[in-house]
Design a protein around this ligand. Structure first.
Ligand code: 13P
Length: 252
């Protein structure tokens, strides 16, 4: 399966800076790289329109993701952005359940489940984040925590709507800390999640598992060469053009 490398730009860059970053990344990529990897960038909502215009106009081999979506379809929900609105902007992917949203905005698995359902209705591919905190890992609860997240998020999800799904295992303690998880320590979580989805008759071939948390050019190959993962979710280094390009080149 093709590797999937996602750059989560988080709350950084206005739309003009976002275009500049996209162009810097694109100029440094060799022709045809999209035949070996799927490259996805996730800028802020305010940059989606401009970035999509550049991708379309220059026929770039970079795909667009949103960082979040509303759990509501439409109506009196001031400040929200719906899956329908994202689809109209030709957004291909959307991140949901990021730990920064769970921690800072009280997002629950129930909310993430609603978001997943709406994304699938709009035919937007989900990038679903799971992961345990440092305390939960210290208590040896990483498998239980991640499994429960997956069970809740996939509750009553229609299997026929799932075509291309990414589950990103991002241990919370590895995000933005410079301390990436040892691939050996990620194996049990990924295996249990796959076994669970399999036991519920989800077609596991439609899933790609990503690792996220302090990815840098120095540790990229460690995960890319690990059978557990089909890609990466990159935070901080995805807005540093040279580093993100190096990560992409090492992933192909
Ligand atoms: P860092 O790569 O900065 O640790 O962030 C990871 C992340 O949260 C990607 O979604």
């Amino acid at each position: 399966m093709k590797k999937l490398i996602v750059g989560n730009w988080k709350l950084n860059l206005d739309h003009l800076e976002a275009i500049q970053l996209l162009q810097k990344i694109n100029y440094s990529l060799p022709d045809g790289i999209e035949t070996s990897i799927d490259i996805v960038i996730a800028p802020s909502h305010t940059s989606l329109r401009s970035i999509q215009t550049v991708i379309d106009a220059d026929n770039l081999s970079i795909q667009l993701s949103a960082q979040d979506v509303s759990a509501f379809d439409n109506g009196a929900f001031t400040g929200e952005v719906s899956s329908y609105q994202l689809k109209k902007l030709n957004v291909t992917w959307c991140i949901i359940g990021h730990s920064e949203r769970r921690q800072n905005f009280d997002e629950t698995d129930e909310i993430i489940n609603k978001k997943l359902s709406l994304l699938l209705n709009s035919e937007i591919k989900p990038i679903i984040c799971i992961g345990e905190t440092q305390d939960q890992r210290n208590a040896g609860k990483q498998v239980d925590v991640c499994l429960k997240q997956v069970q809740e998020i996939f509750k009553n999800i229609r299997k026929d709507r799932l075509h291309d799904v990414a589950i990103a295992y991002e241990p919370v303690w590895a995000i933005g800390t410079g301390v990436n998880a040892d691939p050996e320590d990620t194996k049990e979580v990924v295996k249990e999640v796959i076994d669970y989805l399999d036991s519920k008759s989800f077609d596991i071939d439609k899933f790609r598992f990503l690792y996220g948390g302090s990815i840098s050019p120095d540790n990229t190959e460690m995960y890319i060469n690990d059978d557990n993962f089909s890609g990466l979710l990159v935070g901080g280094n995805s807005i540093v053009p040279d580093k993100f390009v190096e990560i992409l080149l090492k992933s192909k």
